[in-house]
Design a protein around this ligand. Sequence first.
Ligand SMILES: Nc1ncnc2c1ncn2[C@@H]1O[C@H](COP(=O)(O)OP(=O)(O)OP(=O)(O)O)[C@@H](O)[C@H]1O
Ligand SMILES: [Mg+2]
Length: 265
Amino acid sequence: MADDDKIIVKASEIEQHFTVGEESFTVLKKADFKIKENTFNIVYGQSGSGKSTLLNILTGLQKPTKGQVEFEGNNVYQLSPNELAYFRANRIGIVYQQNFWVKSLNVIENVSLPLYFLGYNKPMAAKKAYAALELINMQSYEKKYPILLSGGEQQRIAVARAIVNDPMFVIADEPTGSLDSTTGDMIMELLHNAKVNYGRTIILVTHNMEYLSLADHLLHIQDGVVEEIPDSEIHEATDSLIRGMRDRINRLAQIKEESGHATAA
Ligand SMILES: Nc1ncnc2c1ncn2[C@@H]1O[C@H](COP(=O)(O)OP(=O)(O)OP(=O)(O)O)[C@@H](O)[C@H]1O
Ligand SMILES: [Mg+2]
């Protein structure tokens, strides 16, 4: 990325503390980073490290204990509720880690929902929703009910819903978590194409280290700190994660071998 690329998201001095009953704890103690326009950003880190919390903060869903988020020059937490709702409906498409569906609506109606909010009538929205379903090859599911579908099928429909309004930003929390590798790759290719062909900016959480090679920008969360991996170190970081994956495979093989000995003994 060139230095003069346009900065489109800015997170400044973000901290997130939670209090549950008597107990207070810190999930994020330092998040300071910038995201450039038309880039593919991947957030990674261990389970419980604060990845979903960070995405919720970025998308205006969760006001952080401290700090600010700027999207396209707007301070997200200084927008009025209406302005924030308008911004989210127009500019962002979100794939949540948990699926949210209106149970009484079928697939195409659920995918159409963001468009109703933007003033589309039902037939126009359905046409656009159908095109979004086609992009992920799920058009034959249009009349089914999302809650009756498998986890992976729901995940794909959630991607269709996130892209139906042609958002400038697609923010996705483990969009391939329930998918086999072929279907997962198809979703990642779709998101990558949205960047390359349509100038979109993607911010993605994934546990699938093999997808890191698609990224222009890596954000690693560890011990509450969001660390930006410098451009010059992306290849090294990806390689070291792939080495880590191989080590893990070897460790698992060793566990199996040792348990075999134990059973035989
Ligand atoms: N609203 C909340 N109130 C209290 N604790 C919370 C809240 N939201 C998140 N947490 C806690 O913050 C920590 C980070 O949660 P988060 O969901 O951001 O992790 P994550 O990195 O997305 O994990 P995973 O990879 O498992 O999805 C967890 O310990 C979680 O219990
Ligand atoms: Mg999460």
